[in-house]
Design a protein around this ligand. Structure first.
Ligand SMILES: Cc1ncc(C[n+]2csc(CCOP(=O)(O)OP(=O)(O)O)c2C)c(N)n1
Length: 380
């Protein structure tokens, strides 16, 4: 649905919000023109489901690992699997991803091995970021996946800049920025979308409206009827999609990508989802969520919904499904076991990569740190 094309419908729903919970705008049929792409292609439907299952199991495992003190921090995506996997499959490998901190589904589809992700969560010797980032703030240059942004919104302006740079180089790619409903109130959201509108950047703004910005509900975030309609003020298209329905997401992203690469400018996509888990492992949603809200949204569980669809389509049987979960569980367990068995990152390595040729001061620091570490370990 083009934002604002059915203002009456939108307002009817928006004013039903009870102040604390935001009503779900009945989404969205994305405009279907002659060249409108279909949903997730037949050949990739079971694969898409497998990624969703894997993401859910990583979430489950990581929440437990954090409670056990084996990793320091984790940001779950449960409830947002269809939005992320549908989006990831609609992109091309050359497109650059500028994530927030919740985009594990994108990293998986981009081909980042689970073990590599776990290495980063631990900060061990296998971590490509050498233990220098906060856990869960991963990035992979070889996958065109920029390091996660913790300050909300900074990735938006970066994605626009990278998009314009790509166009100047003649690369036919899109860049995509991920953020949540809360981030639409940030300065960077305004600066990024305005700039993108003025310069027709080949950038997709993918907002996962999961209804909460930590403890602040969507209804208190903005008086705009939808987040997507904000795009109109910047002179480009905004669409609302049901983020629990993978085909809707796929279609909208595919269309936005085509528009970006054709030089027709940016698109803002608002995928309406719900965060089933806590904001992060530092959060307890029981303190602010109204009773019954989670249960209501769980009736639209994107993983269960897509499984039922695949069974109806005859692509999956109940037995296949059980096997798929079992295999995915084994994959997660095995990747974790290997990652956990690796030695920690070498503390001296944090002085590497400062200058191409280390300065005398750096060498002195290295010697002093090595001596301190040896002392701590009781070596002479
Ligand atoms: C500039 C800045 N302000 C505040 C914070 C603290 N903070 C971390 S996450 C978050 C909420 C973001 O909510 P939203 O954009 O809806 O994304 P979600 O976490 O729900 O995916 C806030 C306020 C921050 N990280 N950066």
């Amino acid at each position: 649905m083009v934002a604002g094309s059915h203002p009456k419908d939108i307002w009817a729903t928006a004013t039903r919000a009870d102040g604390m919970t935001s009503a779900r705008v009945r989404p969205a049929t994305v405009e279907r023109g002659a060249r409108a792409p279909a949903g997730v292609p037949d050949a990739r439907r079971v694969e898409a489901y497998r990624w969703m299952v894997l993401a859910r199991l990583v979430d489950e495992r990581c929440l437990t690992l954090q409670r056990q003190g084996r990793i320091g921090f984790y940001v779950p995506l449960e409830g947002q699997e269809a939005a992320q996997i549908g989006c990831a499959l609609a992109l091309e490998a050359a497109d650059w991803i500028f994530p927030a901190y919740r985009e594990l589904g994108l990293a998986l589809v981009r081909g980042v091995p689970l073990e590599t992700l776990f290495d980063q969560f631990i900060g061990n010797s296998g971590d490509v970021l050498k233990g220098r980032q906060m856990p869960n703030h991963y990035g992979y240059r070889d996958r065109n996946f920029v390091v996660a942004s913790s300050p909300v919104g900074t990735q938006i302006t970066q994605a626009v800049g990278a998009g314009l740079a790509a166009r100047r180089r003649g690369d036919a790619i899109a860049t995509i920025a991920f953020f949540g409903d809360g981030t639409t109130s940030s300065n960077d959201f305004h600066a990024g979308l305005n700039f993108a509108g003025v310069f027709r950047a080949p950038t997709i703004f993918f907002c996962q409206n999961n209804q909460w910005a930590i403890s602040l509900p969507r209804a208190q975030q903005t008086h705009s009827a939808t987040l997507a309609e904000k795009a109109r003020a910047y002179g480009f298209e905004g669409v609302v999609v049901d983020g629990m329905a993978i085909d809707e997401v796929y279609r909208a992203v595919r269309q936005a990508r085509e528009r970006a690469v054709a030089g027709d400018g940016p698109t803002l996509i608002e995928a309406q989802v719900y965060r089933f888990g806590p904001h992060s492992t530092s959060d307890d949603p029981k303190r602010y969520r109204p009773a019954g809200e989670l249960e209501k949204w769980k009736q639209h569980d994107p993983v269960a919904g897509f499984r039922d669809e695949l069974i109806r389509e005859g692509r999956l049987t109940v037995q296949d499904d059980e096997k798929l979960w079992e295999a995915a569980r084994a994959e997660v367990a095995s990747a974790w076991k290997t990652a956990e068995s690796k030695p920690p990152v070498d503390p001296l390595s944090f002085l590497d990569d400062v200058f191409a040729q280390p300065t005398r001061e750096l060498e002195d620091d290295r010697r002093r740190l090595a001596a301190l570490l040896a002392q701590r370990e009781g070596k002479p």
